[in-house]
Design a protein around this ligand. Structure first.
Ligand code: NAP
Length: 309
């Protein structure tokens, strides 16, 4: 009862702070990975709800097209920032640019993502490091840099786009995808526990396969998932459910049937057995090569026919 009272007091203080902000300007959202898929759908939905936008993506031309179209269709301001989020300097640079533009971010959508197919050694470390930077470190740093302003204003919302991969015990052959997405899930819960009573709402949405996205179209694992189209959600559905979740204060929101299925299986089947079954499934469905000991020596990156370093 005490916890519930505290939560509702925090919610009404945040609502009042939101009212003070909207009395002097429109709410402003920063969306990463906004040139395509879920991020593009999020940007369109938020423009429709009257948010000013700062959109970030590595694809400058597509991003400018998205920003131009939204500004024309809605009476909101949209800034497009072409940035490579695998660059460790990007978060500081983005936040400095936002400040120079005289904007304050009320809603952060950490959405940009990619998938690297193949076993761990099949990509050089520099690529694996960049993968983690985009999926895990950049989102955390953007929160770290934008949270102080939100706290000062007494209102803020953070949506992290996770994945069914973060709910699985392992993600074989997209190695670091699962660890990074489960980092996002735990980070979201942790920040909600730390800052929820200060008027900030953190939410992570975990979709299964999402149609109309480059990830689904171009990765081997995505193509395997897209064969199970009945399990997929649209980018618009993911954006709407993720936004509704942060509005309601839902910390972890599953979207589509597969995350629910994975959660149930995870409760019934021991993690190691589930993990072995996942590896078997991925090998069968994507044609990845199992890595086995050959001629008495452990398979290495060289014996797998790839380079590293
Ligand atoms: N698609 C799915 O089935 C699915 C399922 C579960 C979760 N998700 C999550 O949903 C989120 C959005 O992905 P999506 O499905 O909408 O895929 P998408 O259509 O590929 O959109 C992701 C956008 O992020 C951009 N991006 C990737 N790396 C970047 C970088 N280093 N710097 C800046 N921008 C970068 C991509 O550019 P490029 O095209 O150049 O890479 C692309 O424009 C991701 O976090 C993903 O993990 C997707």
């Amino acid at each position: 009862v005490i916890a519930r009272r505290r939560r509702s007091r925090a919610a009404s203080l945040a609502e009042a702070a939101r009212g003070r902000i909207t009395a002097r300007r429109r709410l402003c959202a920063l969306v990463t990975g906004a040139a395509s898929g879920v991020g593009k759908a999020f940007a369109a939905m938020l423009a429709d709800k009257g948010h000013d936008l700062v959109l970030v993506d590595i694809r400058g031309e597509e991003l400018s097209d998205v920003a131009g179209a939204l500004e024309q269709a809605h009476a909101v301001g949209v800034k497009a920032l072409q940035r490579d989020l695998s660059d460790p300097a990007a978060p500081a640079d983005i936040v400095a640019t936002v400040r120079e533009l005289g904007m304050e971010i009320d809603l952060l959508v950490n959405n940009a993502g990619l998938i690297i197919d193949g076993a761990f050694l099949q990509s050089p470390w520099v690529q694996q490091r960049a993968y983690q930077q985009v999926l895990a470190l950049t989102p955390a740093e953007l929160i770290h840099r934008l949270l102080p302003g939100m706290l000062e204003r007494g209102f803020g919302q953070v949506v992290n786009v996770g994945s069914v991969g973060g709910l699985m015990p392992s993600t074989p052959f997209t190695t670091l995808y699962g660890p990074c997405k489960s980092h996002l899930i735990i980070l979201t819960r942790t920040l909600q526990a730390e800052y929820g009573r200060a008027g900030i709402t953190f939410s992570v949405c975990c979709p299964g396969a999402v149609t109309g996205t480059r990830i689904l179209e171009y990765s081997r694992s995505g193509q395997a998932w897209s064969k199970l189209s009945f399990l997929a959600s649209s980018a618009e559905e993911v954006a709407e459910k993720a936004y509704a979740a942060v509005q309601r204060g839902t910390t972890v929101r599953l979207v589509g049937p597969s995350p629910y299925g994975v959660s149930v299986i995870g409760r019934l089947v021991p993690a190691d057995a589930f993990s072995r079954a996942l590896a078997w499934l991925v090998i069968r469905s994507t044609g990845q090569q199992p890595i086995e000991q050959r001629h008495g020596a452990a398979a290495t990156d060289a014996s797998a026919g790839v380079s590293s370093g």
